[in-house]
Design a protein around this ligand. Sequence first.
Ligand SMILES: O=C(O)CCC(=O)C(=O)O
Ligand SMILES: [Fe+2]
Length: 461
Amino acid sequence: MSSLETERQAMNLETLPIISLKAFCDPQDTPESLEARKACAGEIRNACMQAGFFYLVDHGVSQELCDATFARSRSLFGDLTDEEKETMNATENRLFRGFISEKCGAHTCSTPTAPQGHKDRKESYTIGAEVDASEIDQQTGQPYSSPMHGPNSWPDEEKLQAVQGYQEGMKTYWNECTFLARRIARGLAMSLNLDETFFDGCLKHPAANMVLLRYSPVPPAETVGEGGEAVVTGCGEHTDCGFLTILAQDDVGGLQVKHADGRWIDAPYLPGSFVINLGDMAQRWSNDLYKSTWHRVQNPTGRERFSIPFFCNCDFETVVEGITNPDDSCKYEKITAGEYILKRLDLMRLVEGDGEEAGQWRKMLGAEKTEGTPEVMASMGATPSGSAPSQKELVKKRVFLKGTETKTGDGATDPKVKEMFEKAWDENAGDKAKICAALGIDDKDFTDGLDKAEFLRKFCG
Ligand SMILES: O=C(O)CCC(=O)C(=O)O
Ligand SMILES: [Fe+2]
């Protein structure tokens, strides 16, 4: 057994660890401050190796701002009519920004282990990274952009009765989450025995997404099955796919994290905290040393629930190359964060085609050496042309939901996805219809007579 496995097995997760980030909020050039940061990094290392999840306190984001952000979220979902929300329908937006209603049924984190046909009983409103005129890219002399930077769908503030300054407030919260992600990344770097600033250059213009979530109240009886088992109605079990997630939840609770032995551990509301978890890209980057852990939302209280995950992805051009330990060999090929995330979100169409802009994006991904012009950089954010499938078609296929779920579409290559497809095959004994229903894949793509190996090759590459 390697020393790392011994380190991991010595731990015992029953509740999520609570970590104070104080040492990284105000770092000093003194031995005491360095010691405090090292101690914090040690806690982060334990948490990331064992649970992949932890509560973060003393994080530097004011409670007042968090409370105001929840109030704005409540107002957004509560004060707008369905028609008004429809004008900001995320399925019409190139980057899936805006609303996805519960009714449209596109919300599902359903996996082969979730009940078939499970739909998350929630509505969402997604905000993503915008092009900021003041953030000049040194390479181009133009405002920094990427395929995942673009305009948001902002509501008419006059319609939001209960709050003031919706857009401004959301941008302030967004910026605070970005600063926080950078502070956490300092701790992560140190925890991996890297230079403290290792991730600094990867989080200058993160291609992040923030999702306001409102979970519908569900009668408690509907959250328990006949055998007493949990019937998950909130958010089906999944892993996040990016770098790290900063989750704010209200006091209703319901988040659950999967223990290595299969049990679900509650992660209730802890006042003044964020829940932090690593995504699949961080797991890959750490060469599987750190974990991207399965989680879900199960809310048996009968109350509506609000939460706000901030999904922090790295800058597009960041090279993600396994950070290995001496007794480990690198398991994954080098990839740019941009290519990884576009593939996982099924957004590769944004960088395909012959257009100048697509070429420029590909250059950013390191996939093609083409010369970009300042004009092209300036025009970033425009809708790319081509015969790519429409947003609606993609949503219908359940291939992409809001950029967080482990993907269940074809062309997947991630080991987690493969694991999911394999499980679907095993649990449904090769039954074509059941496997298609469980994974949300098209029946027509699943040709008759495929055996398991052929099935996995076809759908998981
Ligand atoms: O609502 C929550 O607490 C968790 C949501 C989540 O895990 C997600 O949207 O990826
Ligand atoms: Fe998640």
